[in-house]
Design a protein around this ligand. Structure first.
Ligand SMILES: [Zn+2]
Length: 218
């Protein structure tokens, strides 16, 4: 499950309140599961970062032992789940392992936010300043982080992506990161919800956790 710190949520909400009545927008930097998988391989097992590809075979390509693999999966799922690595061919590659971790409680981690100027300066829509966006993308690279989400506020409507939000997400090609919507309909209690926007225009709400605890979204 995607996880936020309470501080990150607060920083996003504060930014949205500061820009009210106009919509605020920004980027969430963090570690994807692939980033986390790579970090462990590099730091614990001295594997070269560039050798770790999505389709790398854990044993044949990365030379990981079954005990190494179990350690990685246990760390990423944060559980002592009995993982029968030896028998489970489903865990043969990096992508299969990440899928397994995703289904067993692991997820992207939000680390920090980058506030971006809404050049539309409008209560009804947002347009991220393109130069600030590029700078943030570069900064992510330098810090070894990825863009794991985008956030923006709805100052007069619910925390749900509008048709325009869905269209822009698809047109921009950025459908891997999550979209976080912050509604200021009730200024005293901003509502923060997270969505996956797919190429087929479907919108799926995703749960997230705060400091490891499931967040109450409602
Ligand atoms: Zn919107």
């Amino acid at each position: 499950m995607f996880s936020f710190s309470k501080q990150t949520i607060k920083e996003m909400a504060d930014h949205c309140i500061a820009e009210n009545p106009n919509e605020a927008c920004g980027i969430i930097l963090g570690k994807t599961l692939l980033d986390q998988f790579k970090d462990i391989c590099v730091n614990k097992f001295s594997i070269d970062y560039k050798d770790i590809l999505f389709n790398s075979h854990l044993v044949d390509d990365l030379k990981l032992t079954h005990s190494n693999i179990k350690e990685i999966l246990t760390t990423l799922t944060n559980t002592e789940t009995q993982i029968n690595v030896l028998d489970d061919q489903n865990l043969a590659t990096v992508s299969a392992s990440i899928e397994f971790v995703c289904q067993n409680g692991g997820g992207d981690i939000a680390i920090s936010i980058v506030k971006i100027t809404n050049t539309a300066k409008s209560p009804y829509r947002y347009q991220m300043d393109p130069q600030e966006f590029l700078d943030a993308d570069k900064k992510a690279d330098q810090l070894g982080l990825s863009i794991v989400g985008f956030y923006h506020s709805h100052t007069h409507s619910a925390a749900y992506p509008s048709d325009t939000d869905v269209r822009l997400a698809i047109e921009s090609g950025w459908t891997d990161p999550y979209y976080i919507l912050i509604s200021l309909e009730d200024m005293d209690a901003p509502v923060v919800r997270m969505y996956q926007i797919n190429l087929d225009e479907s919108v799926i709400e995703k749960n997230y956790s705060l400091n490891g605890n499931p967040a109450n979204l409602y």
